[in-house]
Design a binder for this molecule. Structure first.
Ligand SMILES: [Zn+2]
Length: 254
């Protein structure tokens, strides 16, 4: 069953509900109504408030697979968003199984794509994060196809945070963003920043675009040579919206 705002695509075999806030039908109302029908899988279009978050957590803890999205800077920040909404850390730790962070980057226009010379500081940073040689960077010169922006179309970058036992303990202890991020990196999480850097190296997008979309405080790192730039450094300072899907799953289906 789904609770959406609005229902954008209709699927056969899935019961879909549309939120109508003006008419007094909220995500929380929909979720409560859904639970009475004992569904196996529930999709809550977006978690925007504490009430919806709490019911979604309870649903996850009582054997439902709950899929949802919320806005946060990155996957780790989504955990903190739940705590900020008033959820107890132990509840967040036990209800969430995984979080997928995603952002869209603009692709360089194929019609006016041409080789670019990497700025040394940028190349250094990309090389250090990816631990691989710098590829052929490209840039869009601008043409009528791309309305002289140099970009046409978009491509997604993702990061998957798996909530393992170590991360569960860290959440319960109220660990910092950095500590959680390090634990996720140890568990193999490839960050949206690293995915973006790989797309630069493949000539699909530009450094400026990755900086604008995934990571705003790059200037600090690039010009501070003393700062150790690692996968753990993607920091909660990007003011743009991120779409983070949280998959709450506990045990088998009901
Ligand atoms: Zn173009």
């Amino acid at each position: 069953m789904t609770i959406e705002d609005p229902v954008e695509y209709e699927f056969a075999g899935i019961n879909q509900m549309q939120v109508h806030e003006a008419g007094g039908f909220t995500f929380a109302d929909g979720l409560r109504g859904t639970l009475r029908q004992d569904p196996d899988v529930i999709l809550v279009g977006e978690i925007r408030d504490a009430e919806t978050a709490r019911i979604a957590m309870q649903a996850a803890l009582t054997g439902h697979l709950v899929l949802s999205s919320l806005h946060a800077v990155d996957a780790v920040s989504a955990l903190h968003r739940f705590v900020d909404m008033g959820m107890e850390p132990f509840l967040v730790a036990s209800a969430i199984n995984g979080i997928m962070g995603q952002r869209l980057l603009r692709r360089i226009c194929d019609s006016c794509k041409e080789p670019a010379t990497p700025n040394p500081a940028q190349a250094h940073m990309v090389g250090r994060v990816l631990k691989e040689r710098i590829g052929q960077w490209m840039v869009g010169a601008g043409c009528t196809q791309c309305n002289h922006t140099g970009y046409l179309g978009r491509i997604g970058v993702y990061e998957l945070l798996r909530v393992n036992d170590e991360i569960r303990n860290l959440i319960t202890e109220g660990a910092t963003h950095a500590a959680l991020h390090e634990a996720a990196a140890r568990d193999g999480m490839r960050t949206m920043q690293a995915e973006g850097f790989a797309l630069i190296n493949a000539g699909i997008t530009t450094f400026d675009e990755v900086q604008r979309t995934v990571y705003a405080s790059l200037d600090d790192m690039v010009f501070d040579e003393a700062a150790e730039v690692g996968l753990s450094e993607i920091e909660a300072s990007v003011p743009q919206r991120t779409h983070v899907n949280s998959t709450d799953q506990v045990g088998a289906t009901s």
